[in-house]
Design a protein around this ligand. Structure first.
Ligand code: HEM
Ligand code: HEM
Length: 184
């Protein structure tokens, strides 16, 4: 049986960073919903939310550094210009949101003097920021507003990926999912 020919694929580092950040980002939303419910583990969910958030911040900085040295694989030549622009805009906004969310959370906690233990291991450093409850409140307002952008981006992104896979059948999804056979 002929082995399906593979198209280009992202490097292992890019794949790991994409999927670890994607899973952590979705987990952030589940963790905050869990911490909103009354129960004995509320504090645990919140600690995991804060730890996951600063992990996303660190990994996103690493990822942007990696990405600057390793450009994305070009989309297939058949992709219309507006779709290239839409994909690029979505990706840039993803990076912005993945920095703004953890930064506002971290600044808010720092301003309010509310520290947390990173995955229960050590006290995560607070930023030397004053401002108390007022700054914390402002940062949390931004945190709560920007996450709506994250929901929109995830929806657009996943719909775009599914369109490439099932409508265009151009192997774009297989570049990010190593075990998926490229459809050509
Ligand atoms: C089922 C979920 C997901 C699928 C199927 C998926 C699929 C993909 C694919 C196929 C690409 C490569 C696009 C290309 O080659 O032009 C990509 C890139 C990207 N994805 Fe996802 N993704 C998913 C979830 C997420 C999530 C949750 C995030 C953010 C938290 C995310 C952030 C990104 C970013 C920032 C890029 C651009 C990489 C770059 O070129 O710099 N993805 N994704
Ligand atoms: C990508 C990273 C993050 C995402 C996607 C995220 C997502 C969310 C969401 C969806 C909410 C609920 C907002 C609302 O109900 O209006 C929330 C609340 C919150 N987040 Fe984050 N967050 C992230 C990072 C962080 C970090 C790093 C911290 C702190 C170090 C943090 C601390 C908080 C706090 C204190 C709340 C308020 C909880 C409450 O009022 O019950 N978050 N976050």
């Amino acid at each position: 049986m002929a082995v399906a020919e593979r198209g280009p694929r992202y490097s292992t580092v890019s794949l790991i960073l994409h999927w670890v950040i994607a899973v952590l980002a979705v987990a952030q939303i589940l963790l905050i919903s869990a911490s909103d419910q009354e129960g004995p583990n509320q504090g645990l969910w919140m600690m995991l939310h804060k730890s996951g958030g600063v992990t996303i911040l660190i990994l996103t900085l690493v990822r942007i550094g990696w990405r600057l040295k390793h450009p994305a694989i070009p989309l297939p030549a058949t992709t219309p210009r507006w779709q290239r622009l839409a994909a690029r805009t979505t990706h840039v906004l993803f990076y912005a949101v993945l920095l703004i969310m953890p930064l506002t959370g971290w600044i808010a906690g720092s301003a309010a003097g509310r520290g947390f233990e990173y995955y229960g291991l050590f006290d995560f450093p607070l930023l030397p920021i004053g401002g108390g409850r007022e700054t914390a409140g402002l940062m949390m307002d931004i945190h709560g507003a920007v996450v709506k952008g994250l929901y929109v981006l995830i929806a657009l992104h996943v719909l775009g990926a599914l369109k490439h896979q099932f409508v265009n059948r151009d192997g774009v999804l297989a570049r990010m999912i190593p075990f998926l056979p490229a459809r050509r």
